[in-house]
Design a protein around this ligand. Structure first.
Ligand SMILES: [Fe+2]
Length: 432
């Protein structure tokens, strides 16, 4: 599988620094017949949405016949000592910068003529892909084609985006919006409506899709803006000493936590010498069976609920890498969404979270330096300050699509009221 994944990565790279000058090969669009299937009505599914996730954790949600998410392309190391030099000239000196152009149908396309919109996408594929390579993110607005799942499928086919499985497919924590069209649910659960999804690149363990297409099937009654943040913009905004420290020590994320408060009832000798080693080994085997990346475990006296817990951590990673297409240095680190401190800080202002079901319960993450040192509150607040300064908040309309280079551009979303139905498809590469 590793060899296959590597081969895919090679094919997926498909670009170079030349991308900044807008050069991109175009090819004939794939012809693919797709069965008509409208997106599920959003409001009716609200209650069901909260229950999604448990069954799909064991079934994969029914998305089949596409490749797994590609492996992360870490690229050549950027040393901590190189950070200041990379920052010295400023982003103004670069061949291209993070942006978010708005792309509407061509003037001659009659509103509501879906075939004409699809033909327009096919005809302008090269233009759009060049814009994506230059800016890292595109906002498609004013198209009727992408108002349902079938049309969104035609959209990504027209641009040659090759869909892949969710990077957490092996644990299937994400509900499926349309298995037929390879589309997953965004975080629409009503129980998570007063929760900010912090800024992150889609990356789980060793897997990261190359591109992401977020589509709006129904905007929330209020709020629910889609957030994007350019990784190069953030690289240029963050404190240089903090970036250097993160790059030198690296960063690790805890990916899962198992409450172990019941161990308190055991004698210290049994707990330390028998129960803990046995549980650690058993959980390690069980998790290894479900995920194909390395997770190591450690007991903590105070987990997320203040009780003893067993936490699983992914391997240490750098905070800054080079975007595989533009070769720009980008902040590629999910601290803003994964830091318990920042999540709690945001929630203080937003009110208590509702109880949730399914995968969100296990989705308790935290972050530390690679040598186990914790980030200081000031350091975490600096990441939040810089991130939110770079964030663009977009109120997506029905049919809008945000097409992101997952290495260049982070995503998240604000809180909302009422029902919301956004969905996402992941892509491994562009088919020429
Ligand atoms: Fe995400």
């Amino acid at each position: 599988m590793a060899a296959r994944a590597r081969a895919r990565r090679g094919a997926a790279a498909g670009g170079s620094s030349a991308a900044c000058s807008g050069l991109r090969a175009a090819g004939a669009a794939r012809a693919r017949a797709v069965a008509a299937r409208a997106a599920a009505p959003a409001a009716a599914g609200d209650r069901a949405q909260d229950k999604k996730g448990i069954l799909e954790a064991f079934t994969g949600g029914g998305v089949t016949d596409i490749d797994p998410s590609p492996l992360v392309q870490w690229g050549a190391d950027i040393s901590a000592g190189a950070i200041a030099d990379l920052r010295a000239a400023g982003k103004e000196a670069q061949a291209c910068r993070d942006g978010l152009p708005v792309l509407e149908p061509s003037a001659g396309v009659v509103r509501g003529d879906l075939a004409a919109e699809e033909a327009d996408l096919v005809a302008r594929k090269e233009e759009f892909l060049a814009a994506l390579a230059a800016n890292g993110a595109l906002h498609f607005r004013g198209w009727d084609l992408m108002k349902d799942a079938e049309g969104f499928h035609r959209f990504y086919d027209a641009l040659g985006m090759d869909p892949c499985l969710d990077p957490i497919h092996s644990v299937a924590a994400r509900p499926v919006s349309s298995a037929e069209h390879k589309i997953y649910e965004a975080v629409n659960k009503p129980s998570r409506s007063n929760y900010v999804v912090g800024m992150h690149n889609e990356m789980v363990g060793t897997q990261a899709p190359r591109y992401a297409g977020f589509v709006c099937f129904k905007p929330a009654d209020e709020g629910g803006e889609f957030w994007v943040c350019g990784g190069n913009d953030l690289f240029h905004e963050l404190s240089i000493p903090l970036l250097e420290k993160m790059q030198q020590k690296q960063v690790i994320f805890s990916v899962v936590e198992f409450p172990m408060g019941f161990l308190k009832g055991l004698s210290e000798e049994v707990r330390e010498n028998v129960a803990k080693p046995l549980i650690k080994a058993a959980v390690g085997v069980a998790v290894k069976f479900k995920v194909d990346f390395d997770v190591f475990f450690r007991f903590v006296d105070q987990g997320y609920d203040g009780e003893m817990a067993l936490q699983g951590y992914a391997s240490p990673q750098p905070a800054v890498i080079r975007d595989p297409v533009s070769q720009l240095p980008v902040y590629f680190c999910n601290l803003h969404s994964h830091s318990k401190f920042l999540r709690d800080d945001r929630q203080k202002a937003l009110g208590e979270l509702q109880k949730t079901t399914g995968a969100s319960q296990a989705n308790k993450t935290d972050v530390s330096y690679g040598d186990d040192d914790m980030f200081s509150d000031e350091e975490l607040r600096e990441v939040d300050r810089a991130t939110m300064k770079c964030v663009k908040q977009v109120a997506m309309e029905h049919g809008d699509v945000m097409l992101l280079d997952n290495y260049r551009t982070m995503h998240g979303r604000g809180t909302f009221k009422g029902s919301r139905h956004n969905a996402v498809a992941w892509f491994s590469r562009v088919i020429a």
